[in-house]
Design a protein around this ligand. Structure first.
Ligand SMILES: *[C@@H]1O[C@H](CO)[C@@H](O)[C@H](O)[C@H]1NC(C)=O
Ligand SMILES: *[C@@H]1O[C@H](CO)[C@@H](O)[C@H](O)[C@H]1NC(C)=O
Ligand SMILES: *[C@@H]1O[C@H](CO)[C@@H](O)[C@H](O)[C@H]1NC(C)=O
Ligand SMILES: *[C@@H]1O[C@H](CO)[C@@H](O)[C@H](O)[C@H]1NC(C)=O
Length: 423
């Protein structure tokens, strides 16, 4: 009796809260901007040609890359200008680390600090810029670097073995910007993070495909940090590290909508581990994950913890994950006094179709993880590890379907050429 009463109470309460945390903008499907100039590939390094075209392009317009392979080092997209990578075109990251070097001569090496490379595409202090088109950005993580027998991914393995940091380029880094759009592009084989937004207000990622092998290190898919008004929709993300990781190392992250996405292999739909400035008002709706290390993952610690609140997951299906849901304030790090706090976290309509270990771990009796479960279906033989956690509602061991329906497939099949459903 007690339980059904509290479930009833919870249902009314959840209805009030569900959907409250989201991108405050009204976001609709983006449209490609008009073109200022169309470039054709040559066989040489095309960095200068593309960069000059971007600098000469009028605000509100895009430089188009027509079909063929363009090889480039680091590019800067000016404020208001966009890059359109057309169907059949590939923008390939050069294998020459010098073309990404920040001036320390360390890009393409392993050292103690990392961070020696500029990204392939930098958008910084810009308003209304973007990357559009049905073409591909190929990071070439698997290619040997100029004058070396190692690939970017070999450098990452070497860094791990030596307990150091690789200096590898990210593919798209957006910093201190507003109203940025990434639309329909495919990004593959990144040497490091695929897409990161820092301190950016107004960020839309729509219909984007990311595909990089699961064995690669630090190849996060999309990482918004210190960003607000973010929408990530209709994307397919398969990678070696977090598929999405929302953090707040430099500023708060809030008002984030993640809907109709599919994750193939990767590490998680993640929040953390840096949550110092707070992560709040995040809603994840219609997500399938297949072959994922951690499914829905909120992680922090006393080294870089903060408040994580108003997070809602609706309609999530998870297949083949050893840890389908983990809410953990305690991941091992150097303990400091940035104590995390995780509350108002709602799991609604979650189906986990394979056995796994569900982990909820707070700091202490006075600082517990606080979550609410509603319509959470799992299968028999799963394990629950609960320490210092307040869990409202419950789960049932009756998950029945045999597979998850990919909510991104319809959009991607209709809108992209050669979309491969296996990714
Ligand atoms: C978020 O979007 C809303 C609605 O458009 C706007 O009022 C608000 O200023 C935006 N927030 C930021 C930080 O840009
Ligand atoms: C990001 O923008 C801030 C403010 O303009 C600037 O100080 C910082 O150097 C930029 N960082 C990167 C990585 O571009
Ligand atoms: C989630 O999927 C349902 C069923 O397909 C759909 O009706 C709903 O609009 C989707 N939600 C969002 C936010 O797109
Ligand atoms: C969480 O949501 C509640 C209710 O909508 C709101 O009052 C509160 O300010 C939100 N918290 C944060 C940190 O945004």
């Amino acid at each position: 009796m007690k339980q059904s009463f509290s479930l009833l109470f919870f249902t009314a309460w959840a209805l009030l809260h569900t959907g409250s945390g989201r991108d405050l903008r009204t976001v609709t499907e983006p449209k490609n901007p008009p073109i200022c100039t169309t470039l054709k590939p040559s066989s040489a390094d095309e960095t200068k040609m593309i960069q000059n075209a971007l600098h000469s392009c009028a605000k509100g317009k895009a430089v188009a890359l027509s079909s063929g392979v363009f090889t480039s080092g680091s590019l800067v997209i000016p404020s208001g200008v966009s890059l359109l990578i057309d169907k059949g075109a590939t923008l390939r990251a050069s294998t020459n680390p010098k073309l990404f070097d920040r001036g320390t001569n360390t890009c393409g090496t392993v050292d103690n600090s990392g961070g020696g490379c500029k990204p392939l595409i930098a958008i910084s202090g810009a308003t209304g810029s973007g990357v559009y088109g049905k073409g591909t950005i190929d990071g070439g993580g698997n290619s040997k670097l100029t004058g070396s027998s190692m690939t970017w991914w070999d450098l990452s393995s070497k860094a791990l073995a030596e307990n150091k940091a690789q200096n590898n380029p990210k593919m798209i880094l957006i910093n201190n910007s507003r109203d940025i759009t990434l639309y329909q592009i495919t990004v593959i084989n990144s040497p490091y993070f695929h897409i990161q937004s820092r301190q950016t207000f107004g960020f839309t990622v729509w219909g984007v495909t990311i595909n990089t092998p699961s064995s690669t290190r630090n190849t996060d898919g999309i990482d918004p940090t210190g960003s607000m008004n973010v929408t990530i929709a209709h994307c397919s993300i398969s990678t070696g590290d977090d598929n999405i990781a929302i953090s707040s190392q430099y500023a708060a992250s809030k008002y984030i909508s993640v809907f109709n996405n599919h994750f193939g292999h990767g590490s998680s739909m993640g929040i953390g581990s840096g949550t110092t400035f707070g992560v709040s008002d995040v809603t994840v709706t219609n997500l399938t994950m297949d072959n994922i290390r951690f499914g829905l993952y909120i992680k922090s610690n006393t080294e870089n913890g903060g408040l994580v609140t108003n997070v809602t997951y609706n309609n999530v299906c998870i297949y083949d994950s050893p840890k389908p849901i983990v809410v953990d304030m305690h991941i091992a790090r150097n303990p400091k006094n940035h104590t995390p706090e995780f509350n108002n976290i709602y799991f609604n309509n979650i189906n986990v179709l394979t056995k796994g270990n569900f982990v909820f771990r707070g700091i202490s009796k006075s600082n517990m993880v606080q979550v609410a479960l509603k319509n959470v279906h799992i299968i028999k033989g799963s394990k629950w590890s609960v320490t210092n956690a307040k869990i409202d509602g419950t789960w049932t061991e009756d998950a029945s379907s045999k597979s998850c329906t990919n909510p991104a497939s319809e959009y991607l099949i209709n809108n992209k050429n050669n979309f491969d459903l296996s990714t």
